[in-house]
Design a protein around this ligand. Structure first.
Ligand code: FCB
Length: 450
């Protein structure tokens, strides 16, 4: 039934976008008064990023942004999700505003609106000002209040035009990749620090929600983006079903429950033992501030089995043989998207849902100026089909953002993992639309039936 996939099967008001983030594309790491972020520090620390790559130049979007906006217009998108670099706006994380930094985003928003692209602005996509890391980063409760002040600075300037705000991107990654596994900045390995980080990230989110509403138009929408993974038991034996439930607490419920007024899930809290975060009175109330939408980033599912003694959760992740995988080794599993959004809808009832990221990395080859990324094209097509299945169930899914517009700095993987609809030559910075990008453009080009 893939043959029949058409834009016209989706609602006319559906948001079609692509997503990026500041550190991954902007470059200009110390241009025009920008302060250092924890990713500047981390990427310049030997051994942290594959190949010693850094985001110093990246796609140089800071200088080439008009070209990139034109690309999106040519693709026929109606929305664009990007993030703001906190240290570009507030070099020390707090205090003095860097006028040139704020002006960059001001021009970007105007440029988007002129091209019929609605800005979806993420305030935090992992590039914490280094100055705040120096005073403890997210482990320090004060950082949450600095975030709310930063949200005020940005929304006072852009709130007359921005209608969609996303406070944080993937708090799981900020907390766990940054503070438990040490694979991302700031490279800490400590469960207690990771859980305290998550709690302060959530507190900062809850403090920022009313600030963003107050500084924006009446119809502005405020949300947050989570990375969620549907968890499947390896067998239907009761012990594997229970392992899946425990892993789901670690991966999903720990993040969903507090946002929807349920506090931290009791079973997971008990597993974390002495590492649980310090929670002050009123925090959970602040954190569960009403949301206008939930953003979901979907990449893959996880299959787990009961494994006594392994980790805190007695769980082992199973690497299935004979399934399709991307260059990241992530399983291609479009049905997981439908299952995930159905579950989130049934258990938490977000007012609206957006797929704020979905995409795949493959070892693209440019031959004669052309990237024939049929595997990526198929990936998008099948996940859009899965999105349609979500809509057919009456679930309020309102948009889809392909990750990513451009090949870019893929964190600890550097430039080795390409996710773009548009190929970037990192020597010349030349942009070339891939076959998948042409497909997305042609898919979007059909006349919209109102
Ligand atoms: C997500 C991140 C995004 C990108 C993709 C591949 O976890 O939000 O920045 O790295 O994965």
């Amino acid at each position: 039934h893939n043959m029949t996939l058409s834009r016209n099967h989706f609602p006319a008001h559906f948001r079609w976008g692509s997503a990026t983030s500041s550190y991954q594309i902007e470059g200009a790491a110390d241009t025009d008064g920008k302060g250092k972020s924890i990713w500047d520090t981390f990427s310049h620390t030997p051994g942290k990023v594959k190949g010693g790559d850094t985001g110093d130049v990246a796609c140089d979007h800071y200088h080439l942004w008009e070209q990139d906006l034109n690309l999106m217009q040519d693709l026929g998108l109606n929305s664009y999700r990007f993030s703001i670099s906190w240290p570009r706006v507030l070099p020390a994380g707090k205090g003095t505003v860097n006028a040139k930094g704020l002006e960059f985003y001001d021009r970007l928003v105007d440029g988007l609106l002129q091209r019929g692209l609605d800005p979806f602005v993420t305030l935090y996509h992992w590039d914490l000002p280094q100055a705040l890391q120096d005073t403890g980063g997210w482990v320090n409760r004060e950082t949450a209040f600095h975030f709310a002040d930063y949200a005020a600075v940005v929304s006072e300037r852009l709130g007359d035009r921005v209608k969609h705000w996303i406070t944080h991107n993937e708090p799981f990654c900020t907390a766990m990749l940054g503070h438990l596994y040490g694979a991302h900045a700031p490279g800490i390995r400590d469960l207690k620090a990771a859980l305290q980080t998550l709690h302060h990230v959530y507190l900062s989110h809850g403090l920022a929600v009313p600030v963003l509403r107050q500084n924006s138009a009446q119809d502005a929408q405020v949300g947050i983006t989570l990375s969620l993974h549907p968890v499947y038991p390896f067998t239907d034996q009761p012990e594997d079903l229970e392992a899946a439930r425990r892993h789901d607490g670690f991966r999903n419920r720990w993040y969903l429950d507090p946002l929807y007024g349920r506090g931290y899930p009791q079973d997971t809290w008990e597993r974390y033992g002495a590492s649980v975060p310090d929670v002050q009175e009123g925090d959970l109330q602040t954190i569960s501030a009403e949301l206008d939408f939930l953003g979901v980033n979907y990449y893959f599912r996880e299959v787990v089995q009961h494994a006594p003694g392994e980790g805190l959760f007695d769980v082992r992740e199973v690497h299935l043989d004979g399934v399709e995988r991307t260059y990241f080794d992530w399983e291609v599993f479009p049905e997981g998207l439908t299952a995930l959004l159905t579950r989130v809808h049934e258990e938490y009832q977000p007012k609206k849902l957006f797929i704020t990221e979905n995409g795949a990395t493959y070892q693209d080859e440019m031959v004669g100026g052309v990237v024939q990324d049929e595997d990526r094209r198929r990936f998008f097509e099948r996940h859009l089909q899965a999105s349609l299945d979500v809509l057919k169930k009456g679930i309020p899914l309102e948009g889809y953002f392909a990750w990513s517009l451009l090949d870019n700095f893929e964190w600890a993987e550097g430039y080795d993992k390409r996710f773009g609809l548009v190929h970037v030559d990192f020597q010349t910075l030349t942009r070339t639309l891939k076959r998948s990008g042409e497909w997305y453009r042609d898919f979007l080009r059909v006349p919209v039936v109102p």
